[in-house]
Design a protein around this ligand. Structure first.
Ligand code: AVJ
Length: 316
Protein backbone atom coordinates (compact mmCIF):
# COMPACT_ATOMS: atom_id res chain seq x y z
CA UNK A 1 0.00 0.00 0.00
CA UNK A 2 1.34 3.39 -1.00
CA UNK A 3 0.24 6.76 0.22
CA UNK A 4 1.90 10.04 -0.83
CA UNK A 5 1.29 13.20 1.19
CA UNK A 6 2.46 16.62 0.12
CA UNK A 7 3.29 18.78 3.11
CA UNK A 8 2.54 22.47 2.93
CA UNK A 9 5.74 24.32 1.97
CA UNK A 10 6.94 26.63 4.73
CA UNK A 11 5.47 30.09 4.38
CA UNK A 12 8.97 31.49 4.19
CA UNK A 13 9.69 29.53 0.97
CA UNK A 14 12.34 31.44 -0.93
CA UNK A 15 13.17 33.86 1.88
CA UNK A 16 16.18 31.71 2.78
CA UNK A 17 17.45 32.02 -0.81
CA UNK A 18 16.86 35.76 -0.85
CA UNK A 19 18.69 36.18 2.46
CA UNK A 20 21.62 34.03 1.36
CA UNK A 21 22.08 35.85 -1.92
CA UNK A 22 21.88 39.28 -0.30
CA UNK A 23 24.54 38.33 2.32
CA UNK A 24 28.28 38.59 2.07
CA UNK A 25 29.71 36.13 1.16
CA UNK A 26 26.77 35.04 -0.97
CA UNK A 27 25.28 31.62 -0.24
CA UNK A 28 22.44 29.38 -1.44
CA UNK A 29 21.02 26.72 0.95
CA UNK A 30 22.16 23.24 -0.14
CA UNK A 31 18.57 21.91 0.05
CA UNK A 32 17.91 23.68 -3.28
CA UNK A 33 20.17 21.16 -5.08
CA UNK A 34 17.41 18.59 -4.95
CA UNK A 35 14.82 19.32 -7.60
CA UNK A 36 14.02 16.29 -9.79
CA UNK A 37 17.01 16.98 -12.05
CA UNK A 38 19.35 17.56 -9.10
CA UNK A 39 18.22 14.36 -7.40
CA UNK A 40 19.05 12.45 -10.59
CA UNK A 41 22.48 14.07 -10.82
CA UNK A 42 23.11 13.17 -7.18
CA UNK A 43 22.29 9.53 -7.97
CA UNK A 44 25.00 9.70 -10.67
CA UNK A 45 27.45 11.20 -8.16
CA UNK A 46 26.87 8.23 -5.85
CA UNK A 47 28.13 5.91 -8.60
CA UNK A 48 31.29 7.91 -9.46
CA UNK A 49 34.62 6.17 -8.78
CA UNK A 50 35.87 9.23 -6.80
CA UNK A 51 32.77 9.52 -4.61
CA UNK A 52 33.56 6.95 -1.89
CA UNK A 53 30.86 7.83 0.74
CA UNK A 54 27.88 6.00 -0.81
CA UNK A 55 29.55 2.67 -1.43
CA UNK A 56 31.48 2.80 1.85
CA UNK A 57 28.30 3.42 3.82
CA UNK A 58 26.41 0.75 1.82
CA UNK A 59 29.05 -1.83 2.78
CA UNK A 60 28.70 -0.89 6.46
CA UNK A 61 24.89 -1.08 6.24
CA UNK A 62 25.07 -4.52 4.62
CA UNK A 63 27.13 -5.74 7.60
CA UNK A 64 24.92 -4.31 10.32
CA UNK A 65 21.50 -4.88 8.67
CA UNK A 66 20.90 -8.48 9.87
CA UNK A 67 21.35 -7.49 13.53
CA UNK A 68 19.29 -4.28 13.37
CA UNK A 69 15.70 -5.63 13.66
CA UNK A 70 16.43 -7.47 16.91
CA UNK A 71 18.61 -4.62 18.23
CA UNK A 72 15.86 -2.02 17.75
CA UNK A 73 12.57 -3.93 17.59
CA UNK A 74 11.33 -1.13 15.31
CA UNK A 75 8.12 -1.54 13.27
CA UNK A 76 8.43 1.84 11.50
CA UNK A 77 11.42 3.09 9.50
CA UNK A 78 11.41 6.82 8.77
CA UNK A 79 14.01 8.12 6.35
CA UNK A 80 15.06 11.76 6.04
CA UNK A 81 16.10 12.54 2.45
CA UNK A 82 15.30 9.10 1.11
CA UNK A 83 16.15 9.82 -2.54
CA UNK A 84 16.18 6.56 -4.50
CA UNK A 85 16.14 4.47 -1.26
CA UNK A 86 18.88 2.25 -2.71
CA UNK A 87 20.83 1.88 0.54
CA UNK A 88 17.58 1.55 2.49
CA UNK A 89 16.89 -1.72 0.69
CA UNK A 90 19.73 -3.29 2.67
CA UNK A 91 17.80 -2.50 5.86
CA UNK A 92 14.35 -3.28 4.43
CA UNK A 93 15.58 -6.75 3.41
CA UNK A 94 16.25 -7.51 7.08
CA UNK A 95 13.19 -5.74 8.53
CA UNK A 96 10.58 -7.18 6.16
CA UNK A 97 11.94 -10.67 6.88
CA UNK A 98 11.49 -10.01 10.60
CA UNK A 99 7.87 -8.83 10.19
CA UNK A 100 5.49 -6.33 8.56
CA UNK A 101 7.15 -2.95 8.26
CA UNK A 102 5.94 0.60 7.74
CA UNK A 103 8.40 2.69 5.71
CA UNK A 104 8.05 6.47 5.74
CA UNK A 105 10.39 8.10 3.20
CA UNK A 106 10.66 11.89 3.34
CA UNK A 107 12.04 13.84 0.38
CA UNK A 108 11.63 17.26 -1.23
CA UNK A 109 11.60 15.69 -4.70
CA UNK A 110 8.16 14.24 -5.47
CA UNK A 111 9.36 12.53 -8.65
CA UNK A 112 12.07 10.45 -7.02
CA UNK A 113 9.87 9.65 -4.00
CA UNK A 114 7.01 8.28 -6.09
CA UNK A 115 9.31 6.26 -8.35
CA UNK A 116 11.28 4.66 -5.54
CA UNK A 117 8.19 3.93 -3.42
CA UNK A 118 6.52 2.10 -6.33
CA UNK A 119 9.64 0.05 -6.91
CA UNK A 120 9.90 -0.90 -3.22
CA UNK A 121 6.31 -2.16 -3.21
CA UNK A 122 7.02 -4.57 -6.04
CA UNK A 123 9.99 -5.99 -4.10
CA UNK A 124 8.51 -6.23 -0.60
CA UNK A 125 5.12 -7.87 -0.09
CA UNK A 126 4.63 -6.96 3.57
CA UNK A 127 5.76 -3.34 3.29
CA UNK A 128 3.49 -0.36 3.80
CA UNK A 129 4.85 2.94 2.42
CA UNK A 130 3.79 6.45 3.41
CA UNK A 131 5.82 9.00 1.42
CA UNK A 132 6.04 12.55 2.75
CA UNK A 133 6.90 15.18 0.12
CA UNK A 134 8.41 18.14 1.88
CA UNK A 135 11.22 19.35 4.10
CA UNK A 136 12.38 17.56 7.25
CA UNK A 137 11.01 20.14 9.64
CA UNK A 138 7.45 19.87 8.34
CA UNK A 139 7.68 16.07 8.15
CA UNK A 140 9.10 15.57 11.65
CA UNK A 141 6.14 17.49 13.06
CA UNK A 142 3.66 15.00 11.62
CA UNK A 143 5.14 11.54 11.83
CA UNK A 144 2.60 8.70 11.65
CA UNK A 145 1.97 6.77 14.90
CA UNK A 146 4.26 3.80 15.60
CA UNK A 147 5.17 1.25 18.27
CA UNK A 148 8.88 1.78 17.95
CA UNK A 149 10.51 4.11 15.43
CA UNK A 150 13.86 3.99 13.71
CA UNK A 151 14.73 7.29 12.01
CA UNK A 152 17.34 6.97 9.27
CA UNK A 153 19.58 9.88 8.32
CA UNK A 154 22.17 8.43 5.98
CA UNK A 155 24.81 9.65 3.53
CA UNK A 156 26.35 12.23 5.89
CA UNK A 157 23.68 14.76 4.94
CA UNK A 158 24.09 16.06 8.51
CA UNK A 159 27.42 17.44 7.26
CA UNK A 160 25.53 20.13 5.33
CA UNK A 161 24.73 21.84 8.62
CA UNK A 162 27.08 24.16 10.49
CA UNK A 163 27.84 23.39 14.15
CA UNK A 164 24.93 25.38 15.65
CA UNK A 165 22.38 24.27 13.07
CA UNK A 166 23.56 20.70 13.64
CA UNK A 167 22.85 20.82 17.39
CA UNK A 168 19.45 22.42 16.76
CA UNK A 169 18.66 19.74 14.20
CA UNK A 170 19.55 16.90 16.59
CA UNK A 171 17.39 18.52 19.26
CA UNK A 172 14.50 18.62 16.79
CA UNK A 173 14.96 14.92 15.97
CA UNK A 174 14.91 14.10 19.67
CA UNK A 175 11.66 16.08 20.09
CA UNK A 176 10.01 14.18 17.22
CA UNK A 177 10.84 10.85 18.90
CA UNK A 178 9.45 9.02 21.91
CA UNK A 179 11.85 7.74 24.59
CA UNK A 180 13.23 4.39 23.42
CA UNK A 181 13.00 5.20 19.68
CA UNK A 182 16.16 4.88 17.58
CA UNK A 183 18.12 7.14 15.25
CA UNK A 184 20.57 5.65 12.72
CA UNK A 185 23.04 8.23 11.48
CA UNK A 186 25.66 7.96 8.71
CA UNK A 187 28.60 10.39 8.89
CA UNK A 188 31.67 10.95 6.75
CA UNK A 189 34.97 11.03 8.66
CA UNK A 190 38.26 12.92 8.36
CA UNK A 191 40.74 11.55 5.91
CA UNK A 192 43.48 12.54 3.51
CA UNK A 193 42.71 15.90 1.88
CA UNK A 194 43.44 14.60 -1.64
CA UNK A 195 40.82 11.85 -1.28
CA UNK A 196 38.26 14.36 0.01
CA UNK A 197 38.90 16.88 -2.76
CA UNK A 198 38.80 14.26 -5.52
CA UNK A 199 35.33 13.18 -4.33
CA UNK A 200 33.98 16.68 -5.06
CA UNK A 201 35.95 17.28 -8.28
CA UNK A 202 35.17 14.19 -10.34
CA UNK A 203 36.80 13.82 -13.73
CA UNK A 204 33.44 13.27 -15.49
CA UNK A 205 32.20 16.69 -14.35
CA UNK A 206 29.00 15.38 -12.76
CA UNK A 207 29.56 17.28 -9.51
CA UNK A 208 30.10 20.48 -11.54
CA UNK A 209 26.79 19.89 -13.34
CA UNK A 210 25.09 19.17 -9.99
CA UNK A 211 26.49 22.41 -8.60
CA UNK A 212 25.32 24.52 -11.57
CA UNK A 213 21.89 22.85 -11.56
CA UNK A 214 21.07 24.71 -8.34
CA UNK A 215 20.90 27.90 -10.45
CA UNK A 216 18.54 26.31 -12.98
CA UNK A 217 16.35 25.26 -10.06
CA UNK A 218 16.21 28.86 -8.77
CA UNK A 219 15.39 30.06 -12.30
CA UNK A 220 12.40 27.71 -12.67
CA UNK A 221 11.24 28.05 -9.10
CA UNK A 222 11.52 31.82 -8.61
CA UNK A 223 12.05 33.21 -12.12
CA UNK A 224 15.67 34.22 -11.46
CA UNK A 225 17.87 35.03 -14.46
CA UNK A 226 21.03 33.04 -13.61
CA UNK A 227 23.08 31.87 -16.58
CA UNK A 228 24.77 28.71 -15.25
CA UNK A 229 27.50 28.84 -17.92
CA UNK A 230 28.65 32.15 -16.40
CA UNK A 231 29.82 30.20 -13.32
CA UNK A 232 32.70 27.84 -12.64
CA UNK A 233 32.50 24.88 -10.23
CA UNK A 234 34.92 25.25 -7.29
CA UNK A 235 35.25 22.68 -4.48
CA UNK A 236 38.03 22.47 -1.88
CA UNK A 237 38.74 21.22 1.64
CA UNK A 238 38.77 23.98 4.25
CA UNK A 239 41.04 22.30 6.80
CA UNK A 240 40.45 24.94 9.50
CA UNK A 241 36.71 24.35 9.40
CA UNK A 242 37.16 20.65 8.56
CA UNK A 243 34.65 20.88 5.75
CA UNK A 244 34.45 20.58 2.00
CA UNK A 245 33.07 23.78 0.50
CA UNK A 246 31.40 23.99 -2.88
CA UNK A 247 31.12 27.33 -4.60
CA UNK A 248 30.07 28.76 -7.97
CA UNK A 249 32.55 31.37 -9.18
CA UNK A 250 31.34 34.14 -11.48
CA UNK A 251 33.37 34.38 -14.69
CA UNK A 252 32.64 38.10 -15.14
CA UNK A 253 30.94 41.15 -13.61
CA UNK A 254 27.23 40.79 -14.06
CA UNK A 255 23.80 41.44 -12.58
CA UNK A 256 21.19 38.75 -11.86
CA UNK A 257 17.52 39.46 -11.32
CA UNK A 258 15.96 37.28 -8.60
CA UNK A 259 12.45 37.31 -10.10
CA UNK A 260 9.69 36.71 -7.55
CA UNK A 261 12.25 37.10 -4.75
CA UNK A 262 12.17 40.79 -5.70
CA UNK A 263 15.84 41.73 -5.68
CA UNK A 264 18.78 42.15 -8.02
CA UNK A 265 22.30 41.06 -7.17
CA UNK A 266 25.63 42.14 -8.57
CA UNK A 267 28.42 39.63 -9.03
CA UNK A 268 32.04 40.66 -9.56
CA UNK A 269 34.36 38.60 -11.78
CA UNK A 270 35.87 35.93 -9.50
CA UNK A 271 33.27 36.38 -6.77
CA UNK A 272 31.77 33.14 -5.46
CA UNK A 273 28.41 31.93 -4.20
CA UNK A 274 28.83 29.17 -1.61
CA UNK A 275 26.34 26.40 -2.34
CA UNK A 276 27.37 23.74 0.17
CA UNK A 277 29.45 22.83 3.17
CA UNK A 278 30.07 19.15 3.81
CA UNK A 279 31.61 18.69 7.24
CA UNK A 280 33.93 15.77 7.95
CA UNK A 281 33.51 14.38 11.45
CA UNK A 282 35.71 13.01 14.18
CA UNK A 283 34.05 10.33 16.33
CA UNK A 284 35.78 11.34 19.57
CA UNK A 285 34.42 14.87 19.46
CA UNK A 286 31.12 14.13 17.76
CA UNK A 287 29.80 11.20 19.86
CA UNK A 288 29.41 13.33 23.05
CA UNK A 289 27.34 15.91 21.11
CA UNK A 290 24.71 13.27 20.38
CA UNK A 291 24.44 12.39 24.08
CA UNK A 292 24.12 16.11 24.89
CA UNK A 293 21.02 16.24 22.67
CA UNK A 294 19.41 13.23 24.34
CA UNK A 295 20.49 10.78 21.62
CA UNK A 296 23.35 8.74 23.13
CA UNK A 297 25.20 6.34 20.83
CA UNK A 298 24.47 2.65 21.52
CA UNK A 299 26.58 1.13 18.72
CA UNK A 300 29.12 2.36 16.17
CA UNK A 301 30.13 0.63 12.94
CA UNK A 302 32.95 1.68 10.59
CA UNK A 303 34.64 0.38 7.45
CA UNK A 304 38.17 -1.05 7.76
CA UNK A 305 39.78 2.16 6.51
CA UNK A 306 37.84 4.28 9.02
CA UNK A 307 36.48 6.51 6.25
CA UNK A 308 32.81 6.47 7.24
CA UNK A 309 30.77 5.63 10.35
CA UNK A 310 27.19 4.56 11.07
CA UNK A 311 25.93 5.31 14.59
CA UNK A 312 22.88 3.81 16.28
CA UNK A 313 21.53 6.31 18.83
CA UNK A 314 18.58 5.93 21.17
CA UNK A 315 16.27 8.65 22.46
CA UNK A 316 16.48 8.91 26.26
C1 AVJ B 1 24.33 14.36 0.28
C2 AVJ B 1 25.13 16.28 1.38
C3 AVJ B 1 26.07 14.18 1.86
O1 AVJ B 1 28.05 16.47 1.00
O2 AVJ B 1 28.85 14.70 0.06
C4 AVJ B 1 27.91 15.28 -3.14
C5 AVJ B 1 26.17 16.07 -1.40
N1 AVJ B 1 27.67 17.38 -2.87
N2 AVJ B 1 28.75 15.89 -3.98
C6 AVJ B 1 27.93 15.47 0.28
C7 AVJ B 1 27.22 16.23 -2.45
C8 AVJ B 1 28.59 17.17 -3.82
C9 AVJ B 1 26.55 15.13 -0.30
N3 AVJ B 1 25.53 15.01 0.79
Amino acid sequence: MLELKTLAPPEAAGLDVRMGLLSRPKTIPATYFYDDQGSQLFEQICNLPEYYPTRTEAAILATLAPSLPSLTGADTLIELGSGSSTKTRLLLDAYTQAGPTHYVPIDVSRGILQQSAQALLTTYANLRVTGLVGDYIAALQQLPPAQRRLVLFLGSTLGNLGATECSDFLAMIRLALTRGDYFLLGIDLHKDQSILEAAYNDSAGVTAAFNRNILMHLNTRFGCTFQPEQFEHWAFYNSTMQQIEMHLRSRRNHVVDLGSLEAQIELRAGETIRTEISRKFDLTTFTPLLADQGLPVRRTWQDERGWFAVLLCQAV
